[in-house]
Design a protein around this ligand. Structure first.
Ligand code: UDP
Length: 353
């Protein structure tokens, strides 16, 4: 069986601009290679993923969907990398049994009926724009079974929730070391952009008087500057965007991960990565994190957008058993468990179309 993965067009693999999709694609690729699939990845030029065979495509990157308003028109820049990636897919499609789309973008959904080979779409975010909802609905209707999501909460933001495959996510847990004895610091990990709500974590750390380490790519420089201006005395340290091997080392030393997104987080890879290191998660009770975190067992779920709830959870963090966090992800979020779910999905799509 041969698979062609089509990556996100918002950034090269390894840049961090693609957010969780980058790691999701890498993990899924490893899982499928491990099962004997042959696999190539089409991705923007400059992509780096040592173990994968990448077909690099040049062109201008796509705008991120999370910066768009609900009724915004569909936008493609001139010399679009997304268009070029799908042109390459069109030319090469007959060499593959299945194409897998990782882009949260209109074009791949629109093009689906024009392709000879089946396309499975792994949707990485909740509903954001009317144009996307409409085009995904068309695919659901014409090609039932080809839409995958990460969480129930994510699926339920769309009008076709009951017709999606809910796949969770999976990680190479051998890449994450368990750390039993943390330092004093708490962690926040993610793209630094308004929808991720970093300012709430900064405020909570300030009020609870605990150090906060921040990891991730600065996607919105003005937003980052504003946080620093608003909280010049906050006990925060920016640690940069780290590759997984270094991220897990530093993250493992932290007492808990704070997840404070203002949007409906479709899944939240960083929650699993933290727990894999034995780090409990304090998250708003909304979206993917509310399905991942077991309140009182692997972390605390708090009322969305309430700083006081975060502070209380920070003060109660020692009640969480770090080993229980690691055990839980081993049981549910391993690469093997995700591989089983996705393999079954791919087989269903290949046999049906
Ligand atoms: N990440 C990373 N290094 C960092 C900070 C973040 O590799 O220093 C990665 C992290 O491993 C995760 C992704 O960035 O896979 C963030 O994904 P998540 O699903 O949490 O949120 P998204 O960005 O997709 O909204």
């Amino acid at each position: 069986m041969k698979l062609l993965f089509l990556s996100t067009p918002v950034g090269p693999l390894g840049s961090g601009l693609g957010g969780g999709v980058e790691l999701t694609l890498l993990n899924l690729a490893m899982a499928m290679l491990g099962r004997g699939y042959e696999l190539h990845v089409v991705a923007p030029a400059g992509s780096v993923a040592a173990q994968l065979s990448i077909l690099e495509v040049g062109g201008n990157l796509q705008l991120t969907a999370q910066t768009q308003q609900r009724t915004d028109p569909i936008v493609l820049p001139p010399d679009s990398v997304l268009a070029a990636m799908w042109d390459l897919a069109r030319q090469k499609q007959t060499q593959y049994d299945l194409l897998v789309n990782f882009a949260y973008d209109w074009l791949p959904f629109y093009l689906t009926p024009f392709f000879k080979r089946p396309i499975a779409h792994l949707v990485s975010m909740g509903s954001l724009t009317d144009a996307m909802d409409a085009v995904i609905t068309q695919v659901v209707e014409q090609f039932p079974g080809t839409i995958g999501m990460h969480s129930r909460a994510q699926a339920e933001t769309f009008p076709f929730a009951d017709r999606c495959r809910c796949l969770g996510n999976g990680f190479d847990l051998s890449a994450y070391q368990f750390c039993a004895q943390p330092s004093e610091a708490f962690a926040w990990v993610g793209r630094i952009a308004p929808e991720k709500g970093l300012e709430d974590a900064v405020l909570a750390a300030k009020r609870a008087a605990v150090p906060l380490q921040i990891f991730g790519v600065i996607q919105d420089e003005a937003y980052w500057q504003q946080i620093n201006q608003d909280h010049p005395d906050a006990p925060i340290t920016y640690q940069g965007f780290l590759p997984t091997v270094k991220l897990q080392q530093a993250l493992g030393q932290c007492r808990a991960l704070l997840m404070t997104p203002h949007w409906l987080e479709a899944f939240g890879n960083v929650a699993i990565e933290a727990m894999a290191c034995g780090v409990p998660v304090i998250a708003y009770r909304r979206g993917g994190p509310a399905e991942i975190v077991q309140d009182g067992k692997t972390g605390w779920l708090v009322e969305p957008d309430h700083i006081a709830g975060l502070v209380t959870a920070i003060e109660r963090i020692d009640q969480i058993d770090r080993l229980a966090c690691r055990r839980h992800v081993e049981a549910v979020y391993s690469l093997a468990a995700m591989g089983d779910r996705v393999d079954a999905w791919f087989q269903d799509v290949i046999h049906h179309y």
